[in-house]
Write a protein that binds this ligand. Sequence first.
Ligand SMILES: Nc1ncnc2c1ncn2[C@@H]1O[C@H](COP(=O)(O)OP(=O)(O)OP(=O)(O)O)[C@@H](O)[C@H]1O
Ligand SMILES: [Mg+2]
Length: 405
Amino acid sequence: MYRKREYLTTPMFGKSIKLMLLGSGELGKEIAIEAQRLGVEVIAVDRYDWAPAMHVAHRRYVIDMLNPNAVKAVVDREKPDVIVPEIEAVSYEALEELESRGYFVVPNAKAVRIAMNRIELRRFAAEVVGLPTTRYAFAESPDEAVEACDKVGYPCLIKPEMSSSGHGHVKVEEPNPRVVKEAYQYAVTHARGRSKRVIVEEFVQLETEFTILAYRYVGENGIVTGACEPVEHWRYGKYHYIESWQPSTKPQHILEKAREIGIKIANALGGLGIFGVEVFLTKDGRVLFSEVAPRPHDTGMVTMASQDLSEFAIHVRAILGLPVPKPRVLTPAASIAIYTDKDNVWAPKIKGVYEALNIDGVDIRIFGKPFTYRERRMAVVLARGKSIEEALEKARKASSYIIIE
Ligand SMILES: Nc1ncnc2c1ncn2[C@@H]1O[C@H](COP(=O)(O)OP(=O)(O)OP(=O)(O)O)[C@@H](O)[C@H]1O
Ligand SMILES: [Mg+2]
């Protein structure tokens, strides 16, 4: 079904290989750049104009990606060889129909559907694949939420079935039905779409968090699955800000467990490409599957500094049917995402870059987003060092200079 690619082509002429991004954010931009390096014709699609990947694509389209007809129309017009959903908010109906008509959706339409829905994903991961997770229960009314929280125990976390970047998550500290019902209402009103369903999860004390970048590619004798050295990351406060580093400083037996979880879920979801698998290490020593994005992961941007093949290069090779010999960590590195607290500034200036780049081993990626909103991620600082401590210190120093105005 998945074939080795025998040749690449010249973009913009005749029968070129075409890659279409559904979602053109900063991750899509790096995917586009890697595809461009291999002479692939790149088409960037998003819901607003001049999204990051559009700046490095051959063509661009602005559509409502939750509208199945709009997605199908743009795909049928371009007839891409590879369709790469870059965000969760893409019409699943459209992807499924396109796949049934012979289009290649990365990694496959079913995996996209499962991963975009917390309830489906939790059932699949815990009950089908058998991965260890936090305790959980589901609810679709205020009364069921009370029952679910009582079952899971306190503190617990209520999350809408569909949302991203922590939207609609509420922590419930103690068994108080009024508070639980309010929390439930908050979760469902901050969900993507109109679903009334939520997942209630045991709130665990985190020791650290990993992203396992697992990948599947076409080997000489069938699909090969692998996993990069675990990326470790930490967030301060609710969004601000994510520090990532690679390699992890945790003991090997824990990293092995985390990698095994990553490989198992990638194989269960199937298809080709990279999977950003989020894994918790709890203070009481449990290694738990949290969730998976069947695409490159924001915390994996550190691989642009640490590895010989970044997560984007791996993804592009894998989805094109090219080999991915084991990626190597060349140097300890860290990354820090730069957020803005400014609302609706058009064509923002990024200041402090001279001072940041004056630090040896530091690099920056400016996403090129045309306007800001509060908590929007605008850039990432990358830093290499002799050790993780040094890399993190440089990344912190560099990011402290950066101001978005
Ligand atoms: N059950 C839990 N116990 C403790 N902390 C949790 C739990 N679930 C989530 N978190 C924290 O909240 C973060 C975001 O959770 P999750 O990945 O489920 O949300 P998300 O909406 O997918 O966010 P993102 O897009 O940032 O990954 C986790 O990375 C972790 O730090
Ligand atoms: Mg997450």
